[in-house]
Design a binder for this molecule. Sequence first.
Ligand code: TPP
Ligand code: MG
Length: 363
Amino acid sequence: MPRETIAEFGLEHLQILDDTGKLDAKLEPKLDDAHLLEIYRYMMLARESDKRMLNLQRQGRIGTFGPSTGQEAIAVTTALAMNDEDWLVGAFRELGARLVRGETLLGNLLLYNGCEEGNAVLPAEKRVLPINIIVASQNLQAVGLGYAMKHQGDKGAVVSFMGDGATSEGDFHEALNFASVWRAPVIFISQNNQWAISVPREKQMHSQTIAQKGIAYDMPCIQVDGNDVLAMHVAVTEALDRAHAGEGPTLIEAVTYRLMMHTTADDPRKYRSEEEENEWWEKEPIKRFRGYLEKKGLWDDKREEALLAELKAQIDTDVKEFESRTDFKVDAPFDYVYAEEPAEIAQQRTEFLESIGKEANHG
Ligand SMILES: Cc1ncc(C[n+]2csc(CCOP(=O)(O)OP(=O)(O)O)c2C)c(N)n1
Ligand SMILES: [Mg+2]
């Protein structure tokens, strides 16, 4: 028997609005003006919120957080393409998506000041899981959700965000395998921002792309320019349509760049150059999308000025409210572990409160 090729695989890269702002009109999705303007508004809200949080952190008014500057197109475009019945499962770099789904900057400020109430304020019907720090583990929760929904005849799909580093974890592979076997309605979106803290992509994986990892699990996969709103919209909509039609999971690699530090606790100058960052600032998503809106006659300097003033007022209100709060519940983290508190957790809560009391007495 001669050797024969039993399978061949290909992989698409999708870009519609290129780095220079040039549009591929043949691929342009038909989005109405209101939807386009909403995408822009939320991307700007996420960017301005990041700027304010960075200032607050530098002034010691909130704790550590991870900025999402540069990655707004992925989070916002995806969240605005989703239905209310879909679940959003995130990591920690999707502020724009969380704001679209109803989280507030106030909640995030509380969270980053160490108040657990900020991480669990949304009612269950909003279908958003809290921030997940354990890299890649949220993918397993997403598949569990998707599998359960399928069994219960729930119409929604699940969108699970992660970074590039997350795809080097076992949890990522286990999640994709089970999603594939069970045909679970899950869209995995890897935000390939080129860095996992100080480790560049090429030092943590040898594969040419992240998207190709979906081929091993027999699911549709695509590499998308994650700084291109239009390409993101098309790829996410196709994946959601498949999931809603019972056709199973998709893996999307969204190529982007983490323009700021990993979190406010590190200094990128120690491991990467300013030139590299500057190159990516040229390709950042908001400027590119604004150019597209301007060419369509939907945006100009005056509207930009008005939007910035409006967002500033909105952010000021949340910061003021956040700084006026004094009623923090120190044992709040215990409230969100189980629906019904097991005896050992109740005991830990009591011990914790006693230890705080002792500290307070000594203080
Ligand atoms: C299981 C696990 N290992 C290590 C860490 C520490 N850690 C937090 S974020 C991070 C890097 C994540 O990189 P990536 O997945 O690319 O996401 P990004 O931060 O770039 O958005 C690491 C190693 C963690 N939180 N969880
Ligand atoms: Mg990364």
